[in-house]
Design a protein around this ligand. Structure first.
Ligand code: PLP
Ligand code: ZN
Length: 428
């Protein structure tokens, strides 16, 4: 595997804006910017380190507010060149933060409830945010083929972004995904390869491919470009706070697949505090999993620091990672902030999808059903405080997982095209 860091001249000329290098999350060792993801010294995961803007927070806030209506308004806080907004990419982000008053009434939440609706992104999931960062890193490192291991949404996001930005793409998914995800990943014209196995098998295969001549020169957005990719999730934190009027929410509920999104939302909130863009107040982070793939929730409940891998079996396929890379960091964050990790059954996921659709007119995929299902369960258990402000992150679109609700939804009636028939059906 390509894990050895270099400090060659080419690394010094890489322009990824405020990104100053990579640092090991375990031992703190620093490395030059490059397509590497594991520490040479301890094999810990690497993350992007920054020279963040210093100076007047008010000025920075104004600069952000006058930026484009997408994630690039936060370019000064991301590993991307300053002129990123002018490059061909999908310009995701600045999705709606929906005040969910009907849902709040139904759940007995009085302190304010919002849904951050990332189904509004170009390929209808939050993955467009992370791919947009990886594309800039791929450009900077001279890759021409983009790849990934995916639970479905990432494959589509990479396919679309590669098409727009002029990269070749070849992405890998478990062969038994929902039709909506397969079609959306294939339609952009790149190579789409189904692997006979689950996501963890797909991911292992990609790690092998990186070490093989067959994968040479490929940028795997969530493997060798993972440190850059992961930073995209910070934009969810930035947007939520800006849309709340530059204020931290008290409680955020976030789905967990690998756990990357949850850890980077926390990183984003911490940065906003450090930069003086929001007032430093306590916030609590809650993680959501499906019972059929709940390794982090199981570890949280057992009081363990390590996450024992599971074999996934759930309708929430976009969250079906049995061996989540960021699991231990998720546990740290949820414990440190006074949050929790919880899981719900497939039946509760379906109920939550319908609840959100019925109350707020938002059709979420199974991942969003998982997140709202967990939010509901924790509110009912008194773990989430209904008197505080709460944000539920909806990461995907229900059109991609129609099978989850198709058996229990349908037409109210089929009638002949006349009024008698309409009255007979009891619909008048
Ligand atoms: C990928 C994904 C997530 C979370 O992914 P992490 O690996 O935890 O960052 C959540 N929801 C949806 C719909 C996804 O596709
Ligand atoms: Zn290290």
């Amino acid at each position: 595997m390509q894990t050895v860091a270099t400090t060659s001249d080419s690394a010094d000329t890489v322009d990824l804006g405020p990104a100053s290098g990579l640092s090991c999350r375990e031992c703190g060792e620093r490395f030059a910017l490059g397509p590497i993801f594991a520490c040479e010294a301890c094999f810990g995961p690497l993350e992007v380190a920054y020279d963040l803007p210093s100076g007047d927070p008010e000025e920075l806030r104004k600069r952000i507010e006058s930026g484009p209506d997408n994630i690039w308004r936060y370019a000064p806080l991301l590993p991307v060149p300053a002129d990123v907004a002018g490059k061909p990419n999908l310009n995701p982000g600045f999705t709606q933060l929906v005040p969910a008053d009907n849902l709040a009434r139904e759940l007995g939440v009085t302190g304010g409830l919002w849904v951050k609706d990332d189904s509004g992104n170009p390929t209808h999931s939050f993955k467009d945010r992370v791919v947009a960062q990886a594309i800039e890193a791929a450009r900077a490192f001279g890759f021409t083929t983009l790849s990934c291991s995916s639970t479905g949404n990432l494959a589509g996001a990479v396919g679309a972004a590669a098409a727009r930005a002029g990269f070749r793409s070849c992405v890998f998914i478990p062969h038994d995904l929902e039709q909506g995800k397969v079609v959306m990943a294939a339609v952009y014209g790149g190579e789409l390869v189904g692997i006979e196995g689950n996501y963890d098998d797909v991911n292992r295969f990609c790690s092998e491919l990186i070490g093989d001549p067959a994968g040479e020169g490929w940028g795997f957005v969530n493997v060798n470009l993972r440190p850059y990719y992961a930073e995209g999730s910070k934009t969810l934190a930035y947007e939520i706070c800006e849309q709340l009027g530059w204020r931290l929410p008290d409680q955020i509920v976030i789905p967990i697949a690998s756990g990357s999104q949850l850890t980077k939302i926390d990183k984003g909130l911490q940065e906003l505090i450090k930069l003086g863009l929001v007032e430093d107040r306590p916030y609590r982070i809650f993680g959501a999993q499906a019972e059929g793939c709940s390794p982090v929730s199981a570890a949280f409940k057992a009081g363990h620091d390590v996450v024992r891998p599971q074999k996934p079996d759930t309708i929430a396929k976009s969250l079906a990672i049995g061996n989540p890379a960021d699991g231990p960091y998720v546990l740290d964050i949820c414990r440190r902030t006074g949050g929790a990790v919880e899981d719900v059954t497939d039946a509760e996921i379906v109920d939550a999808i319908k609840l959100l659709a019925r109350t707020e007119g938002i059709f979420t995929e199974t991942a969003g059903g998982t997140t709202l299902g967990v939010a509901k369960k924790l509110i009912e258990a008194g773990v989430i405080d209904p008197a505080l402000t709460t944000v539920v992150v909806n990461t995907g679109d229900g059109l991609k997982t129609l099978d989850a609700v198709a058996p229990t939804t349908g037409m109210s009636a089929v009638i002949r095209p006349n009024l008698d028939s309409f009255r007979e059906a009891g619909l008048a």
